[in-house]
Design a protein around this ligand. Structure first.
Ligand code: HEM
Length: 431
């Protein structure tokens, strides 16, 4: 049985995005070109839900793609024991992803699939909503409990290290790691969830979901940098996604990596819970010192506009740095990290609140939101990107008093897929 034997196509592959999808060419969209900062911008207010993002191409989509308004992230563990089963699953996932990202729905599946094991059909009337699915391989796919289950151990990239435990980490096993990651992003939350749900259905008997996390961004205008739940613009200092040289330097794996990873990237995901009930009681001026940027304009404390460069040397009348030594941007910026840059593509999350009135003093109001940031970043090599950066941030960042990391993952996202191929094909061909 296959998910791809479509007998008809719906009319979504029209217009510029559809043409790109059809030719398999990943190109900068107008939204990327117009972005005034490096951040993958939010979609236009009129959110072109009907458009499809390209799936086939040299790089996986969902990395440089202008951020959609919703995400559904899932980490899977392989339950099958045979490598052929993993390949079969990845082949079917590829077919299903090509179908779903193009907006082809359950109705487009052949009649013999119109049974209960076929597409759930809950998005039947919904457009593609710029759906992207981005796949990654965790260290445990290569070696788990000392076992080389699928003959892949020799091909584990050096850059796919075991993630260190950082000071302050309170990682929960049930929200950490995984053999394979799938990040669905779409301008409609149901479309994103549906996509992962179909992959889980297809994976039945081969892989099981280990943890999931949904996330969202406000419907900010494409020209604006989205704000996180702390109220600050988030993404301003990103390297520009429409600068191929910067992407080659900081995001895409080149000849230094194994050939199956060339054109791929490493994903770090963190579930960073924010103590919003605590943050909301802080003065705006203190919040601005914490980040080193103005809350409303997003300008650095040393500048006037959001796009002004940070001035790490600026001092006030007393000779103190204007950007505090332990402010987030000062610690995270390239000049403080041997020139290292990462591409952040984070989403907010909001999973309710715990009311713990009996345990807290009255000023806490007995409230703890389970909300924060699904911190997502891509890089050429986490050993020069996220890891050294966060070694420093986790020790000194003023923001730490408001953030607890409870989930974490590092995944090697291989190159994109060409028609007829499957995700990670070159890795499995090697082994
Ligand atoms: C809850 C967690 C976090 C929040 C709320 C947060 C928020 C922010 C905000 C508001 C900015 C300023 C605007 C911008 O440039 O985007 C920023 C910048 C930045 N953040 Fe974070 N961040 C978080 C975690 C991290 C982590 C874990 C890292 C990397 C290890 C990181 C790396 C950076 C970098 C590289 C910049 C740009 C600095 C520059 O201007 O050059 N952030 N972050």
């Amino acid at each position: 049985m296959t998910d791809s034997n479509t007998t008809s196509r719906r009319g979504f592959l029209t217009g510029a995005a559809g043409l790109l999808a059809a030719t398999g060419v990943a190109q900068a969209t107008p939204a990327e070109a117009k972005s005034k900062t490096g951040a993958p911008p939010a979609p236009p207010a009129s959110a072109a839900k009907g458009t499809a993002e390209p799936f086939w191409g040299p790089h996986q989509s969902g990395i440089l793609t202008p951020a959609q308004t919703h995400t559904y992230f899932a980490a899977f563990d392989i339950t099958a024991e045979r490598r052929e089963d993993v390949i079969a699953m990845l082949t079917r996932w590829t077919e299903a992803t090509a179908r779903m990202t193009a907006g082809r729905t359950a109705r487009d599946l052949p009649a013999d699939l119109a049974d209960t094991t076929a597409d759930s059909a809950d998005v039947l009337e919904l457009p593609p909503s710029r759906l992207t699915l981005t796949f990654g391989f965790g260290a445990t796919l290569f070696v788990k409990d000392g076992k080389d289950r699928f003959g892949l151990a020799a091909h584990r990239p050096e850059a796919l290290v075991d993630m260190p435990v950082f000071p302050g980490d309170q990682l929960v096993e049930a929200m950490t790691g995984g053999d394979i990651s799938v990040q669905a992003c779409a301008d409609d939350p149901q479309v994103a969830f549906h996509a992962v749900r179909q992959l889980a259905r297809i994976a039945y008997d081969t892989a099981a979901i280990r943890w999931v996390q949904s996330g969202f961004l406000g419907g900010f205008d494409a020209k604006e940098t989205p704000r996180n739940l702390m109220g600050f613009k988030d993404g301003t200092g990103n390297p520009p996604v429409n600068d191929p040289e910067e992407m080659r330097k900081f995001v895409w794996v080149g000849t230094e990596g194994p050939d199956w990873m060339r054109g791929g990237s490493y994903l770090v995901v963190r579930r960073s819970r924010m103590a919003l009930e605590h943050w909301d009681r802080m003065k705006v001026s203190f919040q601005e010192q914490t980040f080193g940027r103005r809350k409303y304009s997003g300008a650095p404390l040393t500048g006037h506009k959001e796009t002004d460069a940070l001035d790490l040397d600026a001092t006030d009348g007393d000779g103190n740095p204007v950007l505090p030594e332990n402010s987030h941007v000062r610690l995270a910026t390239a000049a403080s990290n041997d020139g290292a840059k990462i591409l952040r593509r984070s989403y907010s999350y909001n999973d309710g609140a715990n009311v713990v009135a009996e345990r807290w003093p009255p000023w806490r109001q007995g409230l703890e939101y389970d909300a924060g940031l699904i911190f997502v970043c891509y890089q050429k090599d986490p050993r020069t990107g996220f890891i050294p950066m966060f070694e420093k941030l986790s020790r000194f960042d003023m923001m730490n008093q408001f953030v607890t990391n409870v989930g974490s993952g590092l995944f090697a996202c291989p190159e994109g897929v060409t028609k007829g191929g499957f995700i990670g094909q070159r890795l499995f061909e090697k082994a």
